[in-house]
Design a protein around this ligand. Structure first.
Ligand code: ADP
Length: 484
């Protein structure tokens, strides 16, 4: 990663954003407050300066009128006052008559000249004007010279220019204090930003490291977090997720070992049978060969049956597997299944009875659903006694359809009821094997029902019979498939 990419990477980090936020919330208000303070402080100081200057100018203007200074600018008492004020203000004072002609300039530069300046013209019309010249560091105030006894006649304008050096020096002083304050806040904010952003992001890094460590399979430890509440919640959620993954992995391993075992059994039998034939030597009757070959064929059929069941199960297991949902007449479907299973039932001398309370149409994947119900009915036949029955009934309400498969067979022991839907679980292994069971039928049924968002329940009395109750929504609900 080059420098540029590293910078981009850092800029997208949570730490950078947290640090930036703390820095900005610290420094921005400080800059705004300091600048606002200086702005209003300057405005206020200038305003009070203007008030002071204009009241002095007002006094002088009265004196100019009463002494008749405009007609005789040599009056020494007024000149002294003008010069004194000019010195106090470190500035300049001009007395201008109504023709805009400078009668007196304390700098003696503009005497006799005509002044044309907006503020002077406005003051000649009676206005009091002031102007702050920041470049030349001075305030210029112009006041009309009016007769105090007769306020309507304006005889001229008095212009007072005061140097604002002291004010600016003060401002400069406060400004440097403000800058130091901003700098201190900046340094403190930076330290806080670095410390807090590190404290906030460190547990996340720690957590990520541990998750990475666990993902490598180095250890199956619990993720512990004692820091922020949110992170503790995250750790808890992760722990339950890891637990679920661990269970999935365990059940996968168990499944693989079961599959291997189940597939190995017919192969071992075939090998034993083949070895036996080989070891018999010459002169073995043909009937014996035929019998052995018949047994080998049976084992091959069994192997095929296991593989077919496994394939069905895998297809059902795929979450979100493609379901071909369509409205199906349930009564016709069950009739068809019973028709297909009739030969097996007759062979076992088991009576198949169907009872329908009403015609039911349900949205299902016909193939997968048929397989599920076939397995139940087939089990009812397989695990039955001669002369027994399998009773299938169909019912529905406004939301669900109900299918009940009831048999008069051997029943299932209570302690096995919780396990019969597990893959490869068989109550009586040897008996189930004898009658061609693979232990996958009910697992396939349960998966298929789950895919239709349905439910399956079992009740059984040992020696009397078993009842499977299936409930499936009439209208297929499009949502995530919940795994069993
Ligand atoms: P299998 O292929 O062995 O029949 P299943 O998954 O269909 O496998 O059934 C699991 C086990 O549950 C069976 O081996 C059997 O012992 C028991 N079982 C299932 N259905 C019935 C039933 N109707 N009556 C008695 N036992 C049953």
């Amino acid at each position: 990663m080059n420098f540029f990419n590293r910078m981009i990477h850092k800029m997208y980090s949570l730490r950078f954003h947290v640090a930036l936020l703390i820095l900005l919330t610290g420094i921005l208000p400080c800059i705004i407050i300091v600048n606002l303070f200086f702005y209003y402080f300057e405005q206020r100081s200038l305003h009070s300066e203007e008030i002071g200057i204009s009241s002095q100018a007002q006094l002088l203007s009265n004196q100019i009128v009463t002494t008749g200074y405009l007609a005789d600018p040599t009056i020494s008492s007024v000149n002294t006052q003008l010069n004194t004020l000019g010195n106090i203000y470190s500035g300049r004072i001009m007395v201008i008559d109504s023709n805009m002609r400078v009668v007196k300039d304390t700098y003696n530069m503009y005497d006799g000249r005509t002044i044309v300046w907006t503020n002077v013209i406005q003051s000649a019309s009676g206005a009091l004007c002031s102007y702050y010249d920041a470049d030349n560091h001075c305030i210029i105030v112009t006041v009309p010279i009016t007769d105090p006894t007769d306020n309507t006649t304006i005889d001229g304008v008095l212009l007072v220019n005061k140097t604002t050096g002291t004010l600016e020096q003060n401002m400069e002083y406060y400004r440097s204090i403000g800058t130091i304050m901003i700098l201190i806040v900046f340094i403190l904010s930076t330290i806080m930003a670095l410390v807090f952003s590190r404290n906030m992001t460190l547990p996340i890094h720690r957590m990520a490291d541990r998750i990475g460590h666990m993902a490598k399979g180095v250890s199956h430890q619990e993720l512990e977090e004692h820091g922020f509440t949110e992170l503790r919640h995250m750790a808890e959620a992760f722990n339950s997720f890891a637990d679920a993954m661990y269970k999935v992995d365990e059940s996968r391993q168990e499944f693989v070992s079961n599959v291997s075992h189940e597939l190995k059994t017919p192969l071992t039998s075939m090998k034993v049978l083949a070895d036996s034939i080989n070891s018999m030597g010459d002169g073995v009757p043909v009937e014996l060969y035929q019998e052995f070959m018949g047994d080998i064929t049976n084992e091959i059929d069994r192997e095929t049956q296991i593989i077919n069941d496994l394939l069905s199960l895998v297809r059902m297991d795929k979450s979100g597997a493609n379901l071909n949902i369509a409205p199906v007449n349930l009564n016709e479907l069950i009739e068809l299944i019973l028709k297909r299973l009739k030969p097996i039932a007759e062979k076992q001398e088991v009576e198949l009875v169907m009872e329908s309370f009403r015609p039911v149409t349900v949205e299902i994947d016909e193939v997968k659903f048929s397989l599920a119900i076939s397995n139940l009915i087939e089990n009812g036949i397989k695990y039955n006694k001669h002369g027994g029955f399998v009773h299938v009934s169909i019912n529905a309400d406004h939301r669900y359809c109900y299918i009940r498969v009831e048999d008069s067979g051997m029943g299932i022991p209570e302690e096995s009821l919780d396990f019969i839907f597990e893959r490869f679980y068989r109550v009586d292994k040897s008996h189930s094997r004898e009658i061609g069971g693979t232990g996958l039928g009910l697992a396939i049924t349960k998966n298929a029902i789950n895919m239709h968002h349905g439910e399956i329940k079992v009740a059984s009395v040992l020696g009397e019979g078993t009842t499977f109750d299936v409930r499936v929504p009439l209208n297929y609900i499009q949502q995530e498939v919940t795994e069993s």
